[in-house]
Ligand binder design. Structure first.
Ligand SMILES: Cc1ncc(COP(=O)(O)O)c(C=O)c1O
Length: 461
């Protein structure tokens, strides 16, 4: 962690790689998007997901610019899809589409959010390894720009649908490039022994089958090697393997696109050091260009699907501290357990794959000596950890507001009702204004789903 002037860990600083650009301390208190932590608590309660609109838009623009510049240098076009699984609401779809991004969805529900937000169907890509007939039919009828097919069964399902509807559907074929991304095993998606896509060996037969079906139009290969990847080496290796198959497939018809997925990493703590997106874009695009040149084939247009890189750094979760408890771990280590009013129900990532976060007091700064703390949730699991290890001011106390940065991606979207916990609202901040973009749940919302309760009330009536 960054050090203060006295060489001690700086327990109050806001590392710029981790926090939204708008995050600052005003009279000691954290502000995001010009709105103070105490105003957010007063108006919306805690826990609270705070999403900085300006930051989301800035990442969307910067990412699009990076890929446009890189592909433009090689005379091809790009389309950047925002991967909605990272965080989806109609507002966020509006922000990213206004900034020029297309939208990638991977379920019928996500598709409905994108369509409800007014996304142009032709600029929507539809993913998933087990899309139902109903979902596929809805996507074809809505006119989505591409469906990324994941298995032979799905090709036949789509064949039946386009025949019945008399529709024409552009499709990509998802392949496993065999590259095991340098990330957590659960975040790697292109090695062989996992559920997504076709092996490169099976791709030619699958594409041949698609090409013989009237109404299905094969437009390119797709590969997503994984998530939270910090440099371009895995992407470039994967891209070169894809180009080899792409070149062979060109013998039987035009292939306008290659989609190389998302997965661009972000800094969750100041230790993380992802390459700038411009450098990653340059590396991937140059690798494709070189592989195409070696084979003497035209370079396809390139598509990408960043999720985390667009919304991750824009999110901050606010919690209220409930209890603080020193736990003696060994003779020379005492850890301060700081319990907050949320936890694995609003951020499953630490429990799911050991993700690291950082935290700061949001309601004040403190000159108290930093203490090694573990921020934990309120749920009945010892793995219910919000921040595994962080230096917080040693006087952190019940009632303090704590902010965890870099929670914009895969926190709201992976939230649960564990322990009958209502999911928190999402509030967008911008230019000193805060507004709810997803309302929080109440216990009544949860009870309303309990059919046994309804039956008991009818019995009592
Ligand atoms: C096919 C596909 N594309 C894009 C993404 C987005 O990944 P990230 O949010 O890491 O950019 C994912 C994430 O799981 C994915 O499975």
């Amino acid at each position: 962690m960054p050090e203060g002037p006295d060489g001690q860990p700086d327990a109050n600083g806001l590392a710029s790689a981790v926090w939204p650009a708008s995050a600052e301390r005003v009279d000691g208190e954290l502000q995001v998007g010009g709105v103070s932590a105490s105003e957010l608590r007063e108006r919306f309660g805690t826990p609270l997901y705070v999403l900085d609109e300006t930051e989301v838009r800035a990442h969307a623009r910067r990412t699009l610019d990076a890929f446009r510049a890189a592909t433009g240098r090689h005379g091809v076009m790009t389309r950047v899809y925002y991967a909605g699984k990272a965080f989806l609401s109609t507002e966020v779809v509006r922000w990213v589409t206004e900034e020029g991004l297309a939208v990638d969805v991977c379920s019928g529900g996500e598709l409905e959010v994108a369509l409800a937000a007014g996304a142009v169907p032709a600029h929507v890509g539809f993913h998933g390894n087990n899309k139902s007939m109903a979902e596929l039919e809805r996507a074809v009828e809505a006119g989505v720009g591409s469906i990324v097919v994941d298995s032979p069964i799905e090709i036949e399902r789509l064949a039946a649908i386009v025949e019945r509807l008399g529709a024409t559907q552009p499709m990509l074929l998802r392949v496993r490039s065999g590259v095991h991304a340098e990330t957590h095993d659960f975040l790697a998606t292109a090695h062989e022994d996992q559920k997504f896509g076709f092996s490169l060996d099976d791709a030619p037969a699958a594409v041949a089958r698609i090409r013989e079906i009237t109404g299905l139009v094969f437009i390119g290969l797709h590969c997503h090697i994984g998530s939270q990847i910090f440099d371009s080496s895995g992407f470039t290796e994967s891209a070169s393997r894809l180009v080899e198959v792409h070149a062979a497939l060109l013998e039987d018809g035009d292939i306008p696109v290659m989609n190389l997925g998302g997965g661009f990493g972000i800094a969750y703590t100041s230790v993380d050091d992802p390459q700038p997106i411009e450098q990653i874009a340059e590396g991937i695009v140059a690798a494709v260009a070189q592989e195409c040149a070696v084979r003497g084939i035209p370079m396809p247009n390139l598509a990408f699907e960043p999720g985390r890189a667009i919304v991750g750094q824009a999110g901050v979760t606010l919690y209220e501290v409930g209890t603080v408890k020193p736990v003696v771990v060994s003779n020379d280590l005492t850890r301060l357990y700081v319990s907050v009013d949320g936890g694995m129900s609003d951020n499953a990532r630490p429990a799911l794959y050991g993700a690291n976060y950082s935290a700061r007091l949001a309601s004040r700064v403190s000159e108290a000596a930093p203490a090694l703390a573990r921020v934990v949730g309120r749920h009945c699991e010892s793995g219910d950890i919000v921040v595994d290890a962080e230096y917080l001011p040693g006087d952190v106390a019940p009632g303090d507001l704590l902010a965890v940065p870099a929670t914009g991606a895969y926190c709201f979207s992976l939230a649960s009702n564990y322990n009958y916990t209502p999911r928190p609202p999402v509030v967008a901040v911008r230019d000193g204004q805060a507004r709810v973009i997803v309302r929080g749940e109440t216990v009544s919302d949860l009870l309303a789903r309990d059919a046994g309760l309804a039956a008991a009330m009818e019995g009592n009536a």
